[in-house]
Design a binder for this molecule. Structure first.
Ligand code: NAD
Ligand code: TYD
Length: 364
């Protein structure tokens, strides 16, 4: 899988992407590999349950792409790779990313999201200590650090941090460390906080792919609590393009919020997915809605997230490209067309997770 034949002479810039085998990371890697043939793109990923090189089949032989299996929680591995590649830029996406898993095992989130990020910051600081000119450490974060909104209002870059799950607390801590390295050591950083993503290659523990997968299998569709929790959904390829824009044009030391302008209550979203799937599968209207099952709520469940992304639009000219309905339909179609991908990821380990997480499932 590793492609170490990259010709250094033709390489203008080396970018190290962490978590490039995951959902968002794989879209970022693909975009960069195709858009910047003269960059060397190094994908550093530990291949946890969420990392999947099948996401990158089409780029694995590209001459400007290299894969390195490594764990960001290992200072030695990270230091060695930074010395080997001496990246000009880092785009850091590797993380434990699922709120429900963070409730079951918070420490893993502290280790990967906090310790892992600090290891990367130290490694970048070490190789850029003599000359940080033109260098950039981009930390990819989440809107969940801002906490929970009521019916009104939007998160801006000025919103006070108020993380309420172990996942969001670990991401908030990592954001603070990134800013601390900017202020204390002049490390050239930039950050973004993004809303919920959806699209191809999304691991089916998250709401949208889980619902699509369960409809395919005629299984209950678990909706937490009253189903009126609200998320702002962004097409994953739009997130990748925002990351490209911010990496190249964002101001050092700044934070940019990224959102889809696309708020949905969970129950409305699940019903929409049911209707799209009925149509694509040729089922009678309303067939999949009958699978909807309200289940026990997530502890500490944040009521609403919504993003004000006007800074990104005004300063850097970025806006989401795709409308919700088209994006949901394309996503559902992708899961129908890529059954082999889905079958590979819903392996034994996934079944175990699923049985544990949804053991309380029952009709309301
Ligand atoms: P994901 O869980 O799909 O992928 C995470 C990737 O990180 C995997 O490839 C995994 O193998 C890798 N990884 C995990 N631990 C590692 C370690 N110790 N060392 C090296 N690699 C490791 O996550 P995602 O949904 O693609 O999220 C990517 C980033 O974007 C995360 O930082 C997340 O907080 C952030 N984010 C995600 C969303 C979303 O909706 N998914 C929204 C906003 C921000
Ligand atoms: P999720 O995709 O886990 O993203 P996040 O928690 O990071 O926002 O969940 C999105 C929303 O869907 C959230 O309000 C929790 C809810 N949800 C369900 O109702 N049922 C489920 O089975 C899952 C996984 C999530």
């Amino acid at each position: 899988m590793t492609n170490n034949d990259t010709n250094d002479a033709m390489t203008k810039q080396t970018l190290l992407i962490t978590g490039g085998a995951g959902f968002i990371g794989s879209h970022v890697v693909r975009l960069l590999v195709y858009k910047y043939p003269d960059y060397r793109i190094v994908n550093l990923d530990a291949l946890t349950y969420a990392g999947n090189l099948e996401n990158l089949r089409d780029v694995e032989h590209a001459p400007n792409y290299v894969f390195e299996r490594a764990d960001i929680t290992s200072p030695d591995e990270i230091k060695a790779l930074f010395e080997k590649y001496r990246p000009d830029g880092v785009i850091h996406l590797a993380a434990e990313s699922h709120v429900d898993r963070s409730i079951a095992n918070p420490l893993a989130f502290v280790e990967t999201n906090v310790m892992g990020t600090v290891n990367l910051l130290n490694a970048a600081r070490n190789i850029w200590k003599d000359d940080a000119g033109g260098k950039r450490f981009y930390h990819v974060s989440t809107d969940e650090v801002y906490g929970s909104l009521g019916e009104e209002g939007l998160f801006t870059e000025e919103t006070r941090y108020d993380p309420r799950s172990p996942y969001s607390a670990s991401k908030a801590a990592s954001d603070h460390f990134v800013r601390a390295y900017f202020h204390t050591y002049d490390l050239p950083v930039v950050l973004s906080n993004c809303s919920n993503n959806y699209g191809p290659n999304h691991f089916p523990e998250k709401l949208i792919p889980l619902i699509i997968n369960n409809i395919k299998q005629d299984k209950p569709l678990p909706v937490y609590g009253d189903g009126k929790y609200t998320r702002d959904w962004l097409w994953v390829k739009d997130h990748a393009s925002a990351i490209d824009t911010i990496f190249h044009k964002g101001r050092t030391g700044e934070t940019y919020n990224i959102g889809g302008n696309n708020e949905w209550k969970n129950i409305d979203l699940v019903e929409k997915l049911c209707d799209i799937m009925d149509e694509l599968l040729g089922k009678p209207a309303g067939a999949s809605r009958r699978l909807i099952t309200f289940v026990k709520d997530r502890p500490g469940h944040d009521r609403r997230y919504a993003i004000d992304a006007s800074k990104l639009k005004t300063e850097l000219g970025w806006e989401p490209s795709i409308k919700a309905e088209a994006g949901f339909r394309e996503t559902a179609q992708w899961y129908l067309d890529n059954d082999a991908w889905l079958q590979h990821v819903v392996s034994g380990a996934y079944q175990q997770y699923y049985n544990q997480q949804y053991q309380t499932t029952g009709n309301k």
